[in-house]
Structure formats: structure tokens, C-alpha cells
Design a protein around this ligand. Sequence first.
Ligand code: ADP
Ligand code: MG
Length: 330
Amino acid sequence: MATSTYAKATTLYPYLKNEIFPQLAPPPYGRLKITRLSYQKPVYLFSEWTKRIQVVGKVFETELLSSEEAWQRTEREYFNLKQLREKFGMNNGRYRVVAPLGKNKELSALLVTDRAPGKILDFYIADAIYGHQSKRLFEKLSSLARFFVKLHRNTELDRSVSLELPRAYLDNLLQSLSKGPLDAAKRTAIESYAANWWEKEGMFTDHEVIVHGDATPTNFFLPHREVIGIDVDKMKRADRCWDLGFILAELKHHFMWRMGDGWAAEPYIGHFLWEYAITYQNEQFFYTMTRKIPLYMALGLLRIARNTWLDEPHRKNLIREAKRCLKYGL
Ligand SMILES: Nc1ncnc2c1ncn2[C@@H]1O[C@H](COP(=O)(O)OP(=O)(O)O)[C@@H](O)[C@H]1O
Ligand SMILES: [Mg+2]
């Protein structure tokens, strides 16, 4: 696991056998195989051979987090998944989130969930770019839009949206980007274009919803016409455009990065928003939503630009694109 694979493995198997596997199939259980699923994070697939049980374990403890903080995040993600499934209907039908099966503080703040089937959105984006499978990406984006419609519709609150959250988040992003690829002149320009948005409170009439909060192409599995969400520790109350703008920024980024052509993302962006709006309500909703999307796309682009594994010229392109969204989007 995160620290010592063998030390933990001796306590891991009894935990899985006693607390996790019985939820899925009766004993006896056979051999356990552990496969790492992510290069970046300690996320593992636990496969049991006799009953063919497969579950996923996400370890929150790292060198960068205290064990208390790690455990808080484990509990938060566990609670969020449970709430989405039990209170907001995201446990059945085509659009759902994975089931939380258990959490264990001693096992490096481990969260166990069921394994999501299918491939992630990232696969279909790459497939559209390198394999020219654009029709498939359009279909998958329709499914994803409907996933968000279900999530947002089932969690709509009485409270009106506010610009406080995007404003504070922009500050936060600019501060951290200033330590890297963002120069002072560009930061001032972005802040002044953003200031025009903060005066447009009237444009933002909508009710808050619960957003996934980390809408990236690696957090959604899309088998057939289904969508299964994972990684919900950033879930919060916000404008629905928080999720939509982030996904659109990701699309833009992938087309810029993999293809050198951000414009190629535009048909997919329009399609995704249209599918969301008409499934949710009506055509008019498409126009009111589209007006505020550039602000949230700018936040999404800046968020991606923070990733140090991307090369510096691309990070600067993302910042430029974010500036354009703020400048021309209003
Ligand atoms: N329940 C799951 N089923 C299948 N794959 C998963 C599951 N949970 C995580 N993964 C894989 O591990 C990766 C990282 O897990 P994730 O929960 O998204 O962590 P992070 O916070 O690091 O993004 C995912 O992108 C996915 O490929
Ligand atoms: Mg993730």
C-alpha cells in the first residue's frame, strides 16, 4: 500500500474477507491479487479468485498529508458517495456513482468501493482525436450530460447561486499559478476581465445544486449508455456550471494538447451543453446557461494549468485561453 506493501497486506486480506467480500458473495474466499490502477495515486484493484469479486481500494495517506487529514478525506468521500446513493437516487438506473463498501483508518486511510465497469471518458476523447471516432464521443457526451442532469435535478436547493465561490476560487488559482507559469501582467489582465463578471450578478439567476466538484475525464466510466461517477471528495453546493464548465475546459485542453487545435473541441462543447439544457428544461435554458459558461470554463482551464506534469508552453496556452474566455465570453 502507500507505505509498506507487505506490512499492510497481512492486515488487508482479513479486513477484506471479514468486512468487504461478505457484502458481495458468501465465503469461502480464495487468493487475492492486488493491481495498481493509477500511476499518480495509490489506487488498487483487489481481485478475489474463487468468487471473482473485484473491488477498488483508494489509499488517502501520503507523505504530503497528515494521517488525520487523510482520514478526514476518506470519511468525506465515503459519506458523499453514501449520500448521493441513498438520498439523491444515484444508486440505480443508468446514471449512478460507485457504492462505498468500507473505510479503514489503520490501512493507511483506505476507502473501498465497488469496481466501475467500462472505460473512462478520457479513452473516448483520445479515440475521437487519434482514431477519428467522433460519433462515439458525441454519444458518450450525451450520456454524461444526462448523468449531470440527474445529479443536479435530484439535488436542487432553494438557495440562489452566488458569485462568491467562483471569485474565491479564481483568487486561489491565480495565487498558485503566479508561483509558476503566470506572469504579473497576465494576472492583472485576468483580474480586470474577471472584475466585469463580478458586476453581472443578475446574469446568474439559478438555484444551487450539488456538484460532483471534480469533473475530469478520468472520473466517469461510460459502459454502453451508462455513466458511473467516482472520486467525489470535492462534492459541494454550487452553480451547476461548476461541473459543466470544468468538463468543457477539459475537452478544450485535450484538443489543444493532443491535437494542437482547441477549435476542434467546439462542436463537442456545443453538443454537450445542448444535450444538458434540453434534457433539463428547454431551449431557453441553453441560452441562459451558455452566457455564464465562459466564466466557469476559465476557472476549469486555470485549474488544469496548475498541473506541473504539463509542459510550460501548454500551461501558458491554457492561461491565454482562460483570459480569452473572460474577455470575450461576457
Ligand atoms: N471504483 C473504481 N472502479 C474502477 N476504477 C477506479 C475506481 N476508482 C478509481 N479507479 C481508477 O483509479 C483512478 C484514480 O482514482 P480516483 O478516485 O479518481 O483518485 P484521484 O483522486 O487520484 O483522481 C481513476 O481515474 C480510475 O482509473
Ligand atoms: Mg480522479
